[in-house]
Write a protein that binds this ligand. Sequence first.
Ligand code: RP5
Length: 166
Amino acid sequence: MSSALDSPVVGIVMGSDSDWPMMEPAAEALAEFDLPYEAHVVSAHRTPRRMLDYAESAAGRGLRVVIAGAGGAAHLPGMVAAATPLPVIGVPRPLDRLDGLDSLLSIVQMPAGVPVATVSIGGGRNAGLLAVRILAAADPELRAAVERFQAELADAVVVRDAALQE
Ligand code: RP5
């Protein structure tokens, strides 16, 4: 689970490999903007030392944003945020029970001082796109690519509206 490109700038982590179907759209969004990423299973509960090693080494390894997805008692995004200075985007996974509300609340209700930018339940694609925007803030070429993407979104709405009129 990693892009073919060298030197990842975005780290995608998830509590279980079962989270990958939710997280793969994040990877696809990054790939659309030619951003190299890595993807790993790093569980806050099953592999706490591995999680801390990952978070503490992330910035030093060249990562600039971390996307963390988990479900249920979804402590991974918050714990990663506690152990890295990088921006962390949390993705709540809907499990069989509670429809992801448990995951959402576990991720979004962070104490002051330890922010996690939480996207919608199951919002892997938006997590990837948010990482792109964070990186684009200091990269005019990438920002131009985001603006082209936004224009394409708008064009698609106009095309669909035109089709409704036929
Ligand atoms: C969480 O428990 C994982 O992030 C996953 O969303 C959920 C279920 O994990 P598995 O039992 O499928 O490995 O920690």
